[in-house]
Ligand binder design. Structure first.
Ligand SMILES: [Zn+2]
Length: 119
């Protein structure tokens, strides 16, 4: 059996003030052990981090939490792809400018003085 990392799902709401997104994990040292506690940064309420918050990675893949996170990930990927397309488009543009400049110089060089066709 491979060692399992302790992964806790962050509580969505503070049980006291119901503010969402304020929960921070804190360590409560008790001698040689450390208890984990959530603290609401909004109202400073503290409550125990329990094994109910444990996330078992292999089983959570088809759960609603990972499914809910998927559109966000897809959006991020598509935005990254857009940024990449922008970069590629500008790179192509620069490349064309560069090739145009080089081509002009090259054609000027390669053209024999006798071959005096204007472009
Ligand atoms: Zn609170």
């Amino acid at each position: 059996m491979s060692p399992q990392q302790v992964t806790l799902a962050v509580p969505l709401h503070c049980p006291k003030c119901l503010a969402s997104g304020w929960a921070q994990l804190h360590r409560n040292h008790r001698g040689t052990t450390i208890a984990l506690e959530w603290q609401c940064e909004n109202c400073k309420h503290r409550w125990q981090a329990t094994l109910d918050h444990l996330v078992r990675e292999p089983e959570s893949q088809s759960s609603s939490t990972s499914a809910g996170r998927e559109p966000e990930l897809l959006r991020e990927i598509s935005s990254l792809r857009e940024a990449n397309e922008d970069l590629r488009a500008s790179a192509v543009r620069w490349r064309q400018l560069y090739d145009g400049a080089i081509g002009r110089i090259a054609s000027d060089d390669s053209d024999s003085p006798a071959n005096d066709t204007t472009h």
